[in-house]
Design a protein around this ligand. Structure first.
Ligand SMILES: [Zn+2]
Length: 686
């Protein structure tokens, strides 16, 4: 591994932060923390921390010996000085005299010694940093180090590889006990450049930011070199089916078997979002004859437990054309996984005196021979994190097996980590949004109503895919939403285009739960004289478009087996025809019956079908110019024209979006039409 230190960049950081009143020590601490955080082989998703001991002024203006240490959960790659809260060093060091310190007491003691009372919680490894004497201390879970320490004889391997430059700290769970143990191990050999934490990671330290950083790079490089030597071939591949089924058919099945009925609300499901990964290294790993041994041996570093659980789910290779067999086998494997997890929880919760509350028993990583791996999470972001950590585990375990045999911490140690209150805090206690874990597809999303709907569903926690015949418009709307919002070109008048777009949604998120079939356009003409071609064009878009979208969605929903929700933008024209609007109203009337047909045919599978009838919304159909024209024709103001309804209020695209959202949340409603028009008795449903 190469050092990324550049003198001129370090100098730039010092000058930049000096302008913001930040001293050189902290500026360089930020600089090398970012260097570590930007190298994924060293640090992934909050899996490391750094500190500097310096002198700062407290709120009274007095000089204080301070420890600036990474805040819990901060991203090292993007850290700023505020991400390294400052604590009173001497008071932290006094804690070392204590025989024991509970986690809660440790957190209180740390918060009580913050120089800035509103600072984020300091790292759970703060005391380890405080008890070491060095000015700069760096900690990572470097992949190459893990491949050496995750071995039955990891300590002996490290003694040989590092040849006196490090000493090994036996495995102790992070917190006060590890801080005391590490300090004692260091003091027995004070000439070392770093500490190897068995089954966990590495600490390096130095008098300068550069020294601590360069030692990290040097020691990790030694580990990498060892991993290149005397490797043996690993992972003899099993016989795979001739044709492996593609992700777009496999993912919805996996997503379905990894969902659970919500016991509190009938008809609700706890679902997960998927992130797929595959490359030659992943394929070697998942195709290995012994995958059930090395993949089930435990996490590569304890920190991963809260994101990936202790073991991935392994399913059989999915054979093309035999998806029913695959579904049965995947279901059985997922059920066995859940039972194993529940057994693990019950055993260890009994050991700790029944104090813990079980997390959901669903896997967060699924290995699929012949295909690759999936990360799972309640959001796309969490699914990506799980996939990143799973990919890291593939690398670490592969290298460990190449020089020996991968071994993790014990099951009891994993439980203590997974159910450690301080680790749980990293996941955040924020209440989940109502559509968390769900995937919504919106057609016509480049337009006003589609965009407002996509925005409302994303705000409610769903992952959203914005489909539009105008790819640029969809992209602009998706960018405005941000996050993982997906933009796709899709012409609903073309079955191949619809199927391709849904396949892409499945590859991206794993499936589909909600569809808002919104794409449409208006044609006018007096029905007795209208050109048949024009009428057919309107039917292609305003009826068959909805049918194609609903059909593609239902196929995926049935594969998942967790119900679903089809929502349609119909029109008041379906029940209250306006003059010369037949070419628009007739296919919309057919679509209204399409809604009811889906409700009838798929209710037993838990798939609901509902519609919104909206009227007089400023949009691509009802442009500002058109509003001005109609208002002038009636001799009223534009405002009076738009609010010409019982409530005398203008109806907006956001109002329509909220109606769709409510329908998505109404778990006991199907075959329903909600009118969003401010009140118009002539257009009321009957
Ligand atoms: Zn650590």
């Amino acid at each position: 591994m190469k050092s990324a230190w550049v003198d001129s960049e370090a100098q730039t950081a010092v000058e930049h932060y000096a302008r913001h009143g930040v001293g050189e020590d902290l500026a360089l601490r930020v600089y090398t923390t970012r260097l570590l955080g930007r190298e994924p082989r060293l640090v992934l998703h909050g899996g490391g921390n750094t500190s500097v001991k310096t002198t700062l002024l407290d709120l009274l203006g007095d000089e204080v010996a301070a420890l600036c240490v990474k805040g819990s959960g901060a991203d090292m790659a993007e850290i700023e000085p505020a991400g390294l809260p400052a604590l009173r060093l001497e008071r932290l060091r006094k804690l070392r005299a204590r025989e024991a310190l509970s986690d809660e007491e440790m957190v209180r003691a740390q918060r009580a010694n913050l120089l800035e009372p509103t600072a984020p919680n300091p790292s759970v490894e703060t005391l380890l940093h405080a008890f070491l004497p060095h000015k700069f201390v760096d900690h990572t879970h470097a992949n190459a180090i893990l491949s050496l320490v995750d071995q039955p004889d990891g300590e002996a391997i490290c003694a040989e590889v590092f040849d006196g430059r490090t000493t090994v700290v036996p495995y102790v769970m992070p917190g006060f006990a590890l801080a005391k143990t590490a300090a004692a191990v260091y003091e027995a050999k004070p000439e070392v450049e770093g500490l190897i934490l068995h089954k966990h990671g590495i600490f390096t330290f130095g008098a300068s930011a550069r020294e601590a950083y360069e030692r990290m790079i040097a020691l990790v490089t030694l580990a990498e070199e060892r991993l290149k030597k005397s490797r043996r071939a690993v992972f003899a591949t099993v016989q795979l089916p001739q044709a492996v089924a593609p992700i777009e058919t496999v993912a919805p099945i996996l997503r379905g078997v990894c969902s659970r009925k919500d016991e509190r609300i009938e008809g609700d499901w706890r679902r997960l979002i998927l992130e797929f990964r595959s490359d030659p290294a992943i394929l070697d790993f998942v195709n290995g004859a012994e995958v059930l041994r090395y993949s089930q041996a435990g996490v590569v570093t304890p920190d991963h437990t809260i994101r990936t659980k202790n073991w991935p789910l392994v399913v059989p290779a999915p054979e093309g054309g035999k998806l029913d067999d695959f579904k049965r086998a995947a279901q059985a494997a997922a059920q066995a996984y859940v039972e194993r997890y529940q057994g693990y929880f019950a055993r260890h919760n009994a050991r700790v005196g029944e104090r813990k509350i079980a997390l959901d028993p669903l896997p967060r990583v699924v290995l699929v021979p012949g295909l690759g791996l999936f990360g799972l999470g309640r959001s796309k972001k969490d699914a990506r994190i799980a996939a990143d950590l799973a990919q890291c585990a593939v690398e670490v375990v592969t290298d460990a097996e190449a020089i020996g045999r991968f071994e993790s911490i014990s099951e009891a140690e994993m439980f203590d980590m997974e159910y450690w209150s301080l680790e749980q805090a990293k996941l955040g206690a924020a209440a989940e949004k109502p559509l968390a874990g769900q995937i919504a597809v919106i057609t016509g999303a480049g337009g006003t109503i589609g965009a407002a709907t996509a925005k409302a569903f994303a705000a409610a926690g769903a992952e959203v895919a914005l489909l539009d015949v105008d790819a640029g418009a969809a992209r602009a709307r998706a960018n405005a939403i941000g996050g993982a919002a997906l933009a796709l070109k899709c012409a609903v008048t073309d079955a191949a285009s619809v199927n391709a777009a849904f396949a892409r949604v499945v590859e991206m998120f794993g499936g589909v739960d909600i569809v808002i079939s919104n794409a449409g356009a208006a044609w006018q003409g007096r029905i007795g004289e209208v050109d048949e071609e024009l009428l057919r064009r309107s039917f292609e878009l305003n009826f068959y478009g909805h049918q194609r979208v609903a059909q593609a969605a239902v196929r995926i929903m049935l594969a998942q087996g967790t119900g679903g929700c089809l929502l349609f933008n119909v029109s008041k024209q379906a029940v209250n025809p306006g003059p010369n609007f037949g070419p628009y109203g007739l296919p919309k009337a057919a679509t209204l019956f399409l809604v009811r047909q889906y409700a009838v045919d798929y209710g037993a599978e838990g798939i609901r079908a509902n519609a919104v009838n909206a009227d007089r919304i400023r949009s691509g159909l009802l442009t500002d110019a058109f509003v001005a024209e109609r208002a002038a024709a009636r001799g009223v103001s534009e405002q009076d024209y738009l609010s010409g309804n019982l409530l005398r209020r203008e109806v907006t695209a956001e109002d329509v979006a909220q109606a769709f959202l409510h329908q998505a949340l109404e778990l006991k409603t199907t075959g329903d039409v909600t009118t969003v028009d401010g009140g118009n008795i002539a257009a009321a449903m009957r």
